[in-house]
Design a protein around this ligand. Structure first.
Ligand SMILES: [Zn+2]
Length: 130
């Protein structure tokens, strides 16, 4: 016998939505062009944050102001410190969370902060394709 701590089954709904969101992200990353990934990335992070807060709310945790501030801070760090490569589409993460990555770790292209910059020229000679 297990303790019935969630009589409404919200925990299943919460994890079901998270799994759907995770699989949707995997599918999007597999099929989207580098330009589309660069443009959609901030919106996906916002959507993920909303899903998280909605999940916490429906699980009965309420909407604690500290949790909302923490989620917004994590969202801002994620948006600031990750860059999608305009050339190969790889998502690059900054090592220190403060400065954004400058070059793609896979192909060496410049990761200019402007999502409309799609020239994707390899700017680091040591990572340039031969
Ligand atoms: Zn790249």
């Amino acid at each position: 016998m297990h303790a019935n701590t969630d009589p409404n089954g919200n925990i299943h709904l919460f994890f079901g939505i998270w799994i759907a969101f995770f699989l949707g992200n995997l599918a999007f990353n597999a099929i989207a062009s580098p330009g589309l990934k660069r443009q959609a990335r901030p919106y996906l992070y916002v959507l993920g944050s909303v899903v998280f807060l909605a999940g916490a709310f429906f699980l009965g945790l309420g909407l604690n102001p500290i949790m909302i501030v923490a989620v917004i801070a994590i969202l801002a760090i994620n948006v600031h410190s990750t860059r999608v490569c305009p050339d190969c589409g790889k998502t690059n993460y900054s090592g220190n969370l403060i400065s954004a990555p400058q070059f793609c770790v896979r192909c060496g292209a410049s990761l200019d902060g402007d999502p409309r910059n799609t020239d994707g020229k390899p700017d680091r000679p040591d990572l340039r394709r031969r």
